[in-house]
Design a protein around this ligand. Sequence first.
Ligand code: GDP
Length: 284
Amino acid sequence: MQFQWYPGHMTKAKRQMQEDIKLIDLVIELVDARIPLSSRNPDIDELGKNKARLIIMNKSDLSDENQNKEWAAYFKKMGCYVVGLDARTKAGMKTVTNVVMEACKEKIERDRRRGILNRPVRAMVVGIPNVGKSTFINSYAGKACAKTGNKPGVTKGKQWIRLNKNLELLDTPGILWPKFEDQMVGLRLALIGAIKDEILNIDELSLELIKVLTRDYAGILTDRYGVDETQTPVKILEQIAENRKCISKGNELDYSKAAALLIDEFRGGKLGKITLEWPQVQAE
Ligand code: GDP
């Protein structure tokens, strides 16, 4: 799902989120593991400040394993629990449940001291568009789970999915708006496909990708396209066009076709597992 944002949307989404957050104990925030910072809106830190926090670094099947570890440490330092995941598979869901229970231990303990037994922990999923919220809810809750129906004090239409006797999940995710005032953030969001391609210049985007890859992942472009990475980004794009026979009708090299091909292959993971922003750099 790709989105365009208008101020009206944002205000409404934020207000909705403020309401929903009152109902829950745990915020499950999904980020894209290829751009863990650019794919989050830090407003959630304020909105969820008194809640237990779990950050799921989703699409970690596409991101750099070394950087996954660095980012996990970064988010733990922030006071969050962290799990790396490919939400399309069932494989990591048991880990998610374990970490969720761990994250809520304090609350369960507090309930117990007050004599409240077996009140399930309530959680909601939040994140910017396209990070995999719906995919995650489907994999995690599945279709087998009974919905518990409306409860007193809950906005009509809101449904809780009962995952086990200890845990309930709000069936609709909270949508955060991406923060792309910063040009680099916008660029990274565009590279992973979170912003509509029509509003971007695909040639420029591909040149930026070439810059990042030759800097952080030396050899990757040579391996896949046989290019000379010591050349300028434009020259490298030209070599990709040549080597992949991106030719326009007038028999000239088609740079845009090569740009689209490169970005497509990056998004599909064909260039390897790549993380576009590194926590070490953020700290500097
Ligand atoms: P939402 O807008 O946050 O609800 O995102 P969706 O659940 O609609 O997912 C957006 C796209 O990302 C879909 O094409 C999903 O198949 C894909 N997707 C979701 N999770 C993963 C993941 O862990 N790995 C990969 N490679 N793709 C994923």
